[in-house]
Design a protein around this ligand. Structure first.
Ligand code: SAM
Ligand code: SF4
Ligand code: SF4
Length: 353
């Protein structure tokens, strides 16, 4: 690790880099609503510089995301380059303990899963919000139910492709994310758990958040984690494993299926106090919080004549000036800003979820 472990104003260390490779997406989930416009996306050299200096600053976990990262033509090559540097002992990248990818799974063919595995990806999280094709179609914003059904089939096949390639769910190498929107897919919770249990996959239920402005989020749309866990407890034996510091998920173990159910309760039980995540968008903007209105443009520090120490110092100064804790104050902030002409703030697909 670099010798300069950055701390923000709330004494939180930088540990995780969420790097968005592509803001565009092939789905249009109702809770995310990506805006597909063409950005000036960074090239591999620039992504590599960002990863390198972030490792020098102390990150030990890299999550590749989007938008839809499998749409990026740079993904496999980038993974390969990181993989090679991970073997070099003196390289800060060798301190990466975990490289993961979040995807909607639609393009997770056998070939793609194999390429990801062979190029050093450690873990995959596939987003899957429903098992019933009609509900799935609604969640991904697909009006044509036949196409929606086909897309669901591809995602389910993608999960099996990943498992068969070596992303073993029992070793935590494959997980499922499900966002639950009240009265839209809350009837899928047990079906999703059944699907995941059969494959010993950890399934993580995420509370629907007010990221971005185009999803028209309402507090009444949130299906709280507590409700999920209390209803699951009526059917399954769940042992409480809690939430590890710096992680987003609170976990419950089910001994019979040897798998976990998790909740990510950013609305009902925020975890800002140990939030260690920096997000960098595909066009090179750094965001220290999902709810920041503006990011910092790193492009001037990614051009040739500037040396890596300048980029490192820039990111360090961004982290050290950070004070974010939006989720802890969400309802106070929302109360104040209601009826006020709010600035639009960026969607999850741009920020990198
Ligand atoms: N396209 C990929 C996918 O869906 O997995 C990666 C990017 S997506 C923005 C990353 C994660 O953010 C997904 O698991 C998605 O469900 C979650 N997400 C998106 N919008 C959200 C919202 N408003 N509230 C909670 N989670 C959200
Ligand atoms: Fe795309 Fe992921 Fe957003 Fe769904 S959640 S629209 S798959 S970026
Ligand atoms: Fe981190 Fe911001 Fe989410 Fe709090 S609201 S956990 S600071 S991203």
């Amino acid at each position: 690790m670099g010798n300069k472990q950055s701390e923000d104003l709330r004494k939180r260390k930088l540990k995780v880099l969420r790097l968005s490779l592509k803001q565009n997406c092939n789905f249009s989930c109702i809770y995310c609503k990506p805006e597909n416009y063409n950005l000036d996306v960074l090239n591999i050299e620039q992504f590599k510089k960002l990863i390198f200096v972030s490792c020098r600053l102390g990150i030990n976990s890299l999550r590749i995301t989007g938008g839809e990262p499998l749409l990026s033509s740079q993904l496999v090559e980038l993974l390969n380059e990181i993989r090679l540097q991970r073997f070099e002992e003196s390289n800060p990248i060798s301190h990466l303990q975990d490289i993961s990818l979040t995807t909607n799974g639609y393009l997770l063919s056998k070939k793609k899963a194999m390429e990801l595995f062979q190029n050093g990806l450690d873990r995959i999280t596939v987003s899957l919000d429903a098992i019933d094709p009609d509900v799935f179609s609604k969640m991904i914003g697909e009006k044509n139910k036949f196409i929606g059904k086909e897309k669901l089939f591809n995602v389910l096949e993608g999960i099996d492709n990943a498992i068969n390639t070596g992303f073993n769910p029992r070793e935590g190498k494959l997980k499922i994310n499900a966002v639950i929107k009240k009265d839209v897919n809350d009837n899928q919770i047990f079906k999703l758990v059944d699907f995941a249990r059969k494959r010993s996959i950890e399934i993580r239920f995420i509370e629907y958040m007010d990221v971005g402005t185009s999803n028209n989020w309402m507090p009444s749309d949130v299906f709280f984690s507590e409700r999920i866990i209390s209803s699951l407890k009526k059917k399954y034996q769940l042992s409480d494993f809690g939430r590890k510091e710096g992680q987003t998920a609170s976990r419950w173990y089910m001994r019979d299926s040897k798998s976990f159910i998790s909740t990510i309760s950013s609305v009902s039980n925020p975890f800002c106090s140990d939030c260690n995540r920096l997000r960098i968008t595909s066009d090179g903007y750094a965001y220290t919080c999902l709810f920041s209105n503006e990011g910092v443009n790193l492009k001037p520090w990614l051009s040739q004549p500037i040396d890596l120490y300048e980029l490192e110092n820039k990111i360090k100064s961004i982290w050290e000036a950070r004070e974010d804790n939006y989720s802890e104050n969400r309802f106070k902030i929302l109360e104040k800003t209601i009826n006020v002409n709010q600035k639009t703030h960026p969607s999850m697909s741009y920020l990198g979820g």
